[in-house]
Design a protein around this ligand. Structure first.
Ligand code: ADE
Length: 254
């Protein structure tokens, strides 16, 4: 359930993997137009800020009433996630946590702000990063996408999320497909060897190495063994195979 002033924006979820998940009945995406819950005869949902200043502020009434339309429909009070740049930065473990909920309500902030009293509705206040978007709609789409793909049956291949980035708190290993050599760049021999144990070992090492090179901050809380930590400590200067001639690793990942 998405409380929004722009319900049409969520037509994006009629496509691709989330569209299919809806067709299969695995999930339901329900945008709710906050404007439908104004009592104002001109359908206004905002007003001037108390204390003066530029811009308008969204009033609490239509937001509260739109939330109550959800609680009346489903018969209980689902968790409310309020999207605003002032929130805690969203991450994969929040996506896992939210994916276990039967129902969720996403409240999309407005570029000029919502009356402070809507914080009383929120169970979680979430930002998708330290930058400012025009509204919470795009941010809610990012969160919804990350949550929905963690629901059983949504991704066709059940295995495909086990090896992905952030599983175990590490980045994913490098992937290659045919041809075995492209413009002088070769696929690592081990991947052509057919030796499953060696391939698994190589992939785990590459995940560790890549995380150390590109996102060393993740290693602090990654789920890795003592011997894997020793392996990382024993690595010398970092390099990367597919850098362009003029680049350094820090150009690529900064
Ligand atoms: N609304 C505007 N910017 C946002 C952000 N970075 N995260 C969540 N909601 C937002």
């Amino acid at each position: 359930n998405i409380l929004t002033l722009f319900p049409e924006m969520f037509d994006i979820f009629n496509h691709s993997i989330i569209g299919k998940a809806q067709d299969k009945g695995l999930i339901e995406i329900e945008p709710i137009n906050i404007r439908d819950y104004t009592l104002n005869k001109h359908k206004k949902v905002d007003d001037y800020p108390y204390g003066g200043g530029a811009g308008m502020v969204m009033q609490p009434g239509p937001v509260y009433r739109s939330y109550e339309s959800v609680t009346e429909k489903i018969g209980y009070k689902p968790r409310v996630i309020y999207l605003t740049p002032q929130g805690k930065v969203f991450n994969q473990s929040m996506a896992e946590e939210f994916s276990k909920e039967e129902d969720l309500v996403f409240l999309c902030g407005h570029y000029e702000g919502i009356d402070e009293r809507v914080y009383s509705l929120a169970d979680k206040v979430i930002s998708i990063g330290d930058y400012v978007l025009t509204s919470g709609e795009l941010a809610s789409m990012v969160v919804i996408d990350a949550v929905v793909r963690r629901i059983d049956g949504v991704l066709g291949d059940e295995g495909s999320s086990v090896d992905e980035s952030f599983y175990d708190g590490l980045l994913e290993y490098p992937q290659y497909t045919r041809p075995a050599e492209y413009r002088g760049m070769k696929v690592p021999d081990v991947l052509l060897s057919g030796h499953h144990a060696k391939i698994a070992k190589w992939r785990r090492e590459q995940s560790l190495i890549r995380t150390k090179r590109w996102r060393p901050d993740l290693l602090e809380s990654a789920n890795i063994s003592a011997s894997e930590r020793n392996f990382l400590d024993s690595l010398g200067a970092v390099s990367y195979t597919h850098l362009r001639a003029h680049e350094t690793l820090s150009d690529l990942v900064c």
